[in-house]
Design a protein around this ligand. Structure first.
Ligand SMILES: Cc1cc2nc3c(=O)[nH]c(=O)nc-3n(C[C@H](O)[C@H](O)[C@H](O)COP(=O)(O)OP(=O)(O)OC[C@H]3O[C@@H](n4cnc5c(N)ncnc54)[C@H](O)[C@@H]3O)c2cc1C
Length: 254
């Protein structure tokens, strides 16, 4: 986001640090025409727009609902379909082998069949690891507190089974963040909204959005500037697949 904000500023964009998008405005024809923003100091104002990109990460589904996307009262069927993106808390743990018999520098990102992943973090024998819990074990999203027991019970045994010297590791630090989980098919939703022709969605990347960033940014800019996708045909990733109930599942998502 930091990079995106710097680039946005360099092209004359406005970046609000503590501003929160809390509503939409419509013109007389029913098109979206502005974003209502809470300035964080008790005031609200409207940012008028011709074109809007909805890219609110884990909160994209909630922001979409501000535009009545997913409203059961909507007359048009495509507007009754919610943007299925919600927060899912995920933990990342850092452990160290202290350089003792650890996997070498060429160790790739390694994903065990049970979903546990690890990768090197720098040159000093540190590793990052994590694993998405099963659906019925999803932690609540009220806080970003880390469940340290989850490493001990669910991750460590797999690590030690895969790499024997990991039996002796200790967690050095940890943190939690929110995956922007697409509950429909755990993949990004990219493109124009079928009801609002000036609303473009780039959301729901479900924990693998950073690696897709260049392609998504290019696709959204092509749709806005040229009216169509010209470099990569990402049309299967549009919101239409949710309206048509055609999920695009992918195996081995962590
Ligand atoms: C623990 C963890 C590990 C991850 N590891 C990887 C990885 O290894 N590889 C990978 O590719 N991806 C990874 N991801 C996923 C990656 O971080 C996301 O896919 C990516 O950040 C999504 O980018 P985005 O721009 O859609 O959303 P974000 O980066 O979340 O940006 C959304 C922005 O919208 C803002 N916002 C939200 N609501 C509002 C509102 N109402 N008003 C104003 N602003 C609002 C937020 O503050 C935020 O700045 C990981 C995520 C987590 C949590």
């Amino acid at each position: 986001m930091g990079f995106k904000q710097t680039r946005a500023r360099s092209f004359g964009g406005q970046v609000g640090q503590r501003r929160k998008w809390v509503g939409f405005e419509w013109n007389a024809a029913g098109a979206l025409s502005g974003a209502v923003v809470d300035a964080g100091d008790g005031t609200q104002h409207t940012v008028k727009f011709d074109t809007c990109v909805l890219a609110a990460g884990a909160h994209s589904g909630q922001v979409a609902s501000l535009a009545n996307i997913g409203s059961t009262q909507a007359k048009e069927a495509s507007l009754r379909v919610p943007l299925p993106v919600e927060p899912r808390k995920r933990y990342v743990y850092v452990f160290s082998t202290q350089g003792d018999n650890g996997p070498g520098l060429a160790t790739p990102l390694t994903v065990d069949p049970d979903g546990t992943y690890f990768r090197r973090d720098g040159l000093g024998g540190n590793f990052l690891c994590g694993r998405s819990p099963c659906d019925d074990e999803e932690p609540d999203c009220d806080t970003l507190d880390v469940d340290h027991g989850y490493f001990d019970t669910d991750i460590w045994p797999t690590l030690a089974n895969r790499v024997p010297c990991f039996e002796a590791v200790k967690v050095q630090s940890s943190w939690a963040g929110y995956y922007e989980h697409n509950t429909f098919d755990a993949n990004g939703i990219i493109g124009r909204h079928p009801h609002y022709s000036n609303l473009f969605i780039a959301a729901g990347f479900s924990g693998h959005g950073i690696q897709q960033t260049p392609a998504v940014g290019r696709a959204i800019s092509e749709l806005i500037l040229e009216g169509r996708l010209t470099t990569l045909d990402l049309s299967r990733m549009s919101f239409d697949r949710i309206v048509k109930q055609q999920p695009m599942f992918e195996v081995n998502i962590v």
